[in-house]
Design a protein around this ligand. Structure first.
Ligand code: ADP
Ligand code: ZN
Length: 738
């Protein structure tokens, strides 16, 4: 970085630290802010929660003059303005809900030059009066939030956005910066074109959301039981449940309320007042769970949604990513669970075919993409990122049911897959999935007998299996690209990959049939741990107390709790436990203004709690921020594999090694290592030599003496990369018990 660039970065970081309490840029934030500072038009694409707002807010406080922010929804604007004012940044909005008097006050602030950011809806901005007024207001740049609304190709076209093109004419000296989370290339280019940007810098971030854990649970029966179990494990946390129909929304919300959850419905069929009440209840944390149709979400800025459960498959992966993406905007780990059944696709298909003829083909293609995602058995993060045309760099995301080894796979997928694909071949690739499944299980249906298909060598080849299970395997083979559905009748065709499978050159992943008893499937849904370790070192009791305090302060001031402090900030507080206002500033998300406004109350709560409980305060980086497994209990980590890990514990006790346990349980190694970490902790084991080669143990311990166990990477690098992270983890776990 040149000297000028690094001093610019320092200026930006200084402001970020002072007003927001953040000390590092997220990916592409520096680049996006640099464009704004340098008056270079830009389009920035970052996923939800990627931190787009800061890209224009930080430059707005670093530059003279006024930043105009165009935002589509009044509720979004209000949230952002509230949040800025809480941080001590002079910001305001003008919109139609304000009185003339309120508008006059804002106008005066603009004239006096004290305001840094002014939020406006496009239709108001484009009124001649507004443009004229702003013409004399030293507008330095315009930021267009949710910029995909300008594109008819996007999923949320708003005609009033089209007029924004005049910005470049009315404010020729000002730069224009567009922000969106929309993945499509086409829309990105359209945004630049429609806004008339001049040689814009295109900053396209990764669409991956590493803090989200994706899980797919198949099977239509007992769906409510599965759902309520998932929510039970997350009691007290904020979450959204999406359903396909309004009726389903009502039913599920009712059921949850009956189970004692603080839940409420949301769909377009409810009266305005009920909808607002329920939405506000969710934002203000009087409700934990909102059960909704897709109507819910746009304009929901709530950063601490900890889970999104889809009670039914959405109609496209675009929808799925957008809806599930409302979880974990604060960057902390969050769960996305998709409860899918074969019937969902049929429901959508009927709705699509009854809709606009023009859009049917596209919608069916999108639906097929969604079905393939559900039937796939590869890494979910990879599948999503690749669907949107990006490459996924890791082999193991550590945050999906596949990579966590939670899927129950059949023992011999090659043979099973070959049986199915060869049946498709015997049927001359002229039949669909249902028919093929019937032939495989040996159905005596008239149609099959009269075609003579009962004489095929593949007839009855899977007669021990249920037809619906065979049907699902067919779908999985399609999802994984071994078969394709073609033509009007969705007949099955063998792909090149399918031929490789027939030759035994490729191995599909086929799931064991969905269990008949519902407890097992629910347990499987709940198995597996979260990958993030953001609870490490956090005093849970203190965190809960700080949450209550936050709620009180927020209600007093009439703002949503997450505007006071995010969950991430509260966790960092409960980890560092600062005993003074000075130390409080080290907490991520505490800037000077918030320290002044809320510092006393929070420090007092921390000191009181820690003194009473005998917990140490002023932890530099959080005392538990080491790489050893944290003291997790079933209730502190709702998706902890408590039940799933028990069989592994028995095997460890019998002295089996990691690979043997993995084999016996049919789990991948990384999962077993995770179980082992818990086992070591539970048994207070001190000697790692049963699992790690003694020579490696000695080297890791020596490196630990030198470097500490704060982070694994320095140890790994010191040892030249020839000792695995797993080994380091295991040795450190044992060291922690000494
Ligand atoms: P987006 O608009 O891209 O969905 P936001 O701007 O709402 O995302 O940011 C999501 C969350 O991340 C907010 O709570 C925000 O304060 C926080 N955040 C943004 N940038 C940073 C950063 N550099 N360091 C820490 N937290 C950040
Ligand atoms: Zn994965």
């Amino acid at each position: 970085m040149s000297a000028a660039a690094s001093s610019l970065a320092e200026t930006l970081l200084g402001a970020m630290q002072r007003y927001w309490g953040y000390d590092a840029f997220r990916p592409l934030q520096r680049e996006a802010m640099t464009c704004v500072m340098g008056r270079r038009d830009s389009v920035t694409v970052l996923p939800t929660g990627g931190g787009k707002s800061l890209c224009f807010q930080v430059p707005a406080v670093c530059r003279d003059g006024l930043a105009v922010v165009v935002s589509p929804l009044i509720s979004l604007m209000k949230d952002q303005v509230d949040a800025l004012v809480q941080c001590g940044v002079p910001a305001a909005a003008i919109n139609s809900t304000m009185s003339a008097e309120e508008r006059r006050i804002v106008a005066a602030q603009v004239r006096s030059g004290e305001l840094r950011l002014l939020y406006v809806a496009p239709e108001r901005l484009l009124m001649p009066r507004t443009l004229e007024f702003l013409g004399s207001a030293n507008v330095q740049f315009a930021a267009i939030d949710e910029a995909h609304c300008i594109s008819a190709w996007g999923h949320d076209f708003r005609p009033e956005y089209r007029g924004l093109r005049v910005l470049k004419e009315v404010f020729p000296q000002a730069s224009v910066h567009a922000f969106t989370a929309t993945a499509s290339n086409h829309v990105q280019r359209d945004i630049a074109e429609q806004l008339g940007l001049r040689d814009p810098v295109m900053l396209i971030g990764s669409f991956d959301r590493p803090n989200l854990t994706y899980r797919i649970v198949r099977g239509g029966s007992g769906r409510f039981e599965k759902l309520s179990r998932l929510i039970e494990q997350r009691r007290g946390e904020s979450g959204i449940v999406y359903c396909i129909s309004r009726k389903e929304v009502e039913k599920v919300a009712d059921g949850l309320v009956r189970l004692g959850h603080r839940a409420a419905p949301y769909h377009a069929g409810l009266g305005d007042d009920v909808r607002h009440r329920n939405q506000d209840g969710f934002l203000e944390e009087r409700l934990d769970v909102i059960v909704a149709t897709v109507a819910f979400g746009m304009g929901i800025d709530k950063s601490n949604v900890r889970f999104v459960i889809h009670n039914g498959m959405p109609k496209s992966l675009e929808h799925y990513v957008q809806e599930s993406g409302r979880a974990g905007r604060d960057g902390l780990e969050a769960e996305c669970v998709l409860l899918a059944s074969a019937g969902d696709a049929m429901v959508w298909k009927r709705m699509i075919e009854g809709g606009e003829p023009d859009s049917v083909a596209g919608a069916l293609r999108a639906l097929e993409g969604m079905s393939q995602f559900v039937d796939g058995a590869g890494c979910r993060h990879r599948a999503i990122v690749e669907y949107f045309g990006q490459e996924y760099p890791d082999d193991d995301c550590g945050a999906c049911d596949v990579c966590l080894g939670e899927l129950d796979l059949v023992a011999d997928p090659v043979v099973l897959g070959q049986k199915i694909v060869s049946c498709v071949a015997r049927l001359d690739q002229r039949y669909g999935a249902d028919y093929t499944a019937k032939v495989l299980v040996g159905s005596a249906e008239e149609r099959i007998l009269s075609s003579g298909h009962d004489r095929l060598s593949t007839y009855g080849l899977l007669s021990g299996e249920r037809q619906q299970d065979v049907r699902q395997w067919v779908d999985q083979l399609v999802g994984q690209g071994y078969l394709a559905r073609v033509g009007e009748y969705n007949t099955l065709e063998i792909t090149p990959a399918g031929r490789e499978l027939l030759r035994g050159e490729r191995t599909p992943q086929l799931l064991k049939p969905a269990p008949v008893t519902r407890s097992r499937s629910s347990r499987r849904a709940a198995a597996g741990g979260t990958s993030a370790d953001s609870w490490e070192g956090v005093d849970r009791d203190l965190f809960e107390q700080l949450r209550k305090l936050r709620l009180e302060l927020a209600s007093e001031r009439g703002v949503p709790p997450y505007v006071v402090f995010s969950d991430a900030t509260l966790r960092d507080m409960a980890r560092r436990r600062p005993s003074s206002l000075g130390a409080l500033l080290d907490v991520k998300g505490v800037g000077e203004k918030k320290r002044d406004d809320y510092g006393h109350a929070f420090v007092e709560a921390i000191v009181t709690h820690c003194t009473a409980a005998g917990v140490a305060m002023d932890q530099a980086n959080g005392d538990g921020a080491t790489s050893t497994p944290p003291a997790r209990t079933a209730d502190s980590e709702p998706f902890v594999p408590a039940l799933a890990s028990l069989p592994a514990f028995d095997l460890f006790k019998q002295g089996l090694g990691i690979d043997e346990v993995a084999q016996q349980l049919g789990r991948v190694r990384s999962t077993v290592v995770k179980y082992l970490g818990e086992y070591i902790q539970q048994e207070q084991a001190m000697d790692p030599s049963g699992w790690v080669d003694p020579a490696a143990v000695a080297r890791i311990e020596a490196a630990y003496e030198q470097l500490g166990g704060e982070r694994l990477k320095p140890i790994y690098e010191q040892l030249g990369g020839d000792v695995s992270y797993d080994d380091i983890r295991i040795v450190l776990s044992c060291l922690a018990n000494r």
